[in-house]
Design a protein around this ligand. Structure first.
Ligand code: SF4
Length: 238
């Protein structure tokens, strides 16, 4: 059975509605312009939200202008963002992205994205050094309110367990599958509620299935029923 093709929009909307009853409904709100969002996102790679937020705050306080970040000695910049982890690789990556933007736009400014289609803007961002599909989607979704879905490890895990994507696809390709599958008007809500569900309930090692409202439509849960009786803290990722 091709499980992906069997998922109707109604099914996806039902999943979002059930999860929002459990976790609450997120509303989009502006938080950063595209430049800030891009650099904050690079800082957030492979670290916790709290660490990356601390690093971003310190970066903005130390260097109020992007030109100062671009021209700072790379070791000094790495020290400033040390709280965000992997500072010695993130500092040159940030400077490379800034240099490329300045060369293209003549300024440290990504307002050019506003006039582009979603796909054009995604392609533009992914052509910048160190920017992959997740970072591009975060910039578009959170700074410009575009219906582009960022797929992180939590969303990917919940999505393949429910049968929306194939596990063997991996996160990067799952982005394209989910982008085509999720109705545009609920992409932001889908993103937000699946992340929360993945963090708090559908955990990697010990999914709390008995607390989950999706057991009757979850392929992973159904598979577990044939091999063991799932109880909180007993089921593990295959
Ligand atoms: S039933 Fe279990 S595996 Fe399926 S989505 Fe819910 S918590 Fe995750």
């Amino acid at each position: 059975m091709n499980t992906i093709e069997t998922k109707s929009n109604l099914n996806i909307r039902d999943v979002v509605t059930k999860l929002e009853k459990m976790h609450g409904k997120a509303e989009w709100a502006f938080r950063h312009d595209p430049m800030d969002e891009l650099i904050a996102c690079i800082l957030s790679q492979h670290t916790s939200d709290s660490n990356s937020l601390r690093a971003f705050d310190k970066l903005k306080r130390t260097y109020p202008h992007w030109e100062q970040v671009a021209e700072a000695p790379v070791n000094q910049l790495a020290d400033v963002i040390r709280n965000g982890g992997l500072a010695d690789s993130k500092a040159p990556r940030i400077q490379q992205a800034l240099k490329e933007i300045k060369e293209r736009e003549g300024a440290y400014d990504l307002s050019v994205l506003s006039a582009m289609s979603d796909e054009e803007a995604r392609t533009y961002l992914m052509s910048l050094p160190g920017v992959g599909p997740k970072t591009a989607a975060i910039v578009l979704c959170f700074s410009l309110n575009r219906p582009v879905i960022p797929v992180d490890t939590h969303i990917f895990r919940v999505a393949w367990r429910l049968g929306f994507v194939e596990k063997k696809q991996g996160e990067a390709k799952a982005h394209d599958t989910l982008q085509a599958l999720i109705p545009k008007d609920i992409i932001f809500r889908f993103h937000m509620v699946l992340i929360r569900h993945g963090r708090e309930v559908c955990k990697a090692q010990r999914p709390r299935c008995l607390e989950c409202p999706l057991t009757n439509q979850c392929e992973y849960y159904t598979q577990m029923l044939t091999t063991e009786i799932p109880t909180n803290g007993k089921a593990t990722e295959s």
